[in-house]
Design a protein around this ligand. Structure first.
Ligand code: NAD
Length: 414
């Protein structure tokens, strides 16, 4: 039977598997398999040509036993309520794996920002926050950027919420511009966290860092920064890609040059490289593969052809559960998304703390604090996975679900 690629089905399957390994009571598992609250909203927005268009959006709050909800807001034409529910569950796992005092949440608006003017984008951003204002707040649920939303959008959203409350409320949202309470280092946080996990994994496997080969799928915020940091660490980044093409150079790509090419358009403009497809990139023989673009790119169909020793999921959900099993069987180490890309939410947490305490940290302080969280979390997950003879993903889920279950018990919910 073909594997379901519905994110919510996948998330529920992962939670159930980890809950069984932990021996959680069935009613505790049932709570964790569903979001606690999902708000569905529709709101009208006047477009530049005078038409009124009604947009649909969702905010899913998975579990708030451990603290307020935390998770991004995605603007995308293919947003579905199931996707938002799954992403909110993964946020609970992610926050708990690295020990942040949050439960998971996620939001989405069905829209295509690529076809909207800045004015339209601003009105959609403000309209969505007005629609969900009652259920968010610095002590309730704190959104952040996700696919096709950025610091500018977060600034508008923070402003709308602050106006509605009549108080300056920077702590309601993270990923803001620095001028209104954003954190230094947030721009590189996801990639930096990912690189820290890769370096720990290489140490564990006894792989030398100098000259080790890497392929990175996706050349956006997460992918290009990870490629740059790994090259700076002495690794040979042989392949990267964006949605238009992959580029390959066995001696190591010039990442700074590719960043300039990308800023001017797409990687198709690169020179002195061989062009490869995104499928070929995934199957390139490298020490480390970093999927940093889309979900479900490594499936049962191509998992057998993945030749990397380490796969670090900078993207959310790039490896399907069936592919996970195949990779585990052949000894490939998959550093799961909930750990490999947790650097982003960790620095979002730092931003919230800075907003609440009205005191701001240097970039160096942020990076040092990030390493203090990510590196021990990596080893906690890796040790538990080894102890149970299971994947790092299951190790991460077990740690997170145990913490969530303990919090629910302490509050008398179960
Ligand atoms: P982004 O929009 O900045 O970059 C995405 C990149 O993927 C772009 O280079 C784009 O060209 C490429 N891409 C799109 N379609 C592709 C395709 N079919 N094949 C190959 N490449 C394709 O996004 P981002 O912020 O870098 O996020 C990438 C992934 O990382 C997403 O899964 C996101 O959820 C995850 N993530 C990001 C953060 C963060 O802080 N940015 C945090 C956690 C997780």
């Amino acid at each position: 039977m073909a594997e379901s690629l519905n994110s919510y089905v996948i998330a529920q399957r992962q939670v159930e598997e980890a809950a069984n390994l932990l021996g959680l009571e069935p009613h505790v598992t049932e709570i964790l398999k569903r979001p606690r609250r999902v708000l569905s909203v529709s709101f009208p927005v006047r477009m530049d040509d005078g038409r009124i268009v009604v947009f649909d959006g969702y905010r899913s709050q998975h579990n708030d036993a451990m603290g307020p909800g935390k998770g991004g807001i995605r603007f995308h034409p293919q947003v579905t309520v199931d996707e938002v529910k799954a992403l909110s569950m993964w946020m609970t796992i992610k926050c708990q794996v690295v020990g942040l005092p949050y439960g998971g949440a996620k939001g989405g608006v069905v829209c295509d920002p690529r076809t909207m003017s800045q004015g339209e984008l601003e009105r959609v951003s403000r309209g969505f926050i007005e629609a969900i204002a009652q259920i968010i707040g610095p002590d309730k649920d704190i959104p952040a950027p996700d696919v096709y939303t950025n610091a500018t959008v977060m600034g508008w959203m923070m402003d709308t919420y602050s106006r509605l409350q009549g108080t300056y409320s920077p702590a309601v949202i993270t990923g803001k511009p620095l001028s209104i309470g954003g954190s230094k280092g947030r721009d590189e946080a996801t990639a930096r966290g990912c690189v820290l996990t890769v370096l720990e994994a290489m140490k564990e496997r006894g792989l030398p860092v100098q000259g080790a080969s890497v392929a990175v799928q996706g050349f956006g915020n997460a992918g290009r920064t990870a490629a740059r940091l790994l090259a700076e660490a002495g690794m040979r980044v042989v392949a990267v890609s964006d949605s238009s093409t992959g580029v390959y150079h066995d001696g190591g790509l010039d990442i700074a040059q590719l960043e300039r090419v990308k800023d001017a358009g797409s990687l198709r403009g690169a020179t002195g490289v061989s062009f490869i497809t995104n499928e070929e990139l995934l199957e390139t023989p490298v020490d480390v593969l970093i999927p940093a673009a889309l979900e479900n790119v490594i499936t049962a169909e191509n998992a057998g052809r993945i030749r990397a020793q380490i796969v670090a999921e900078a993207a959310n959900g790039p490896v399907t559960p069936d592919a996970d099993a195949i990779l585990f069987e052949k000894g490939t180490l998959v550093i799961p998304d909930v750990l490999a890309n947790a650097g982003g939410v960790t620095v979002s947490y730092f931003e919230w703390v800075q907003n609440l305490t009205h005191s701001y940290w240097s970039r160096e302080e942020v990076y040092a604090k990030l390493a203090d969280i990510i590196v021990p979390s990596y080893h906690e997950v890796s040790d538990l996975a080894r102890e149970h003879g299971t994947t790092m993903r299951m190790g991460a889920y077990m740690i997170a679900l145990r913490r969530a279950a303990d919090a629910m018990k302490a509050r008398g919910w179960v």
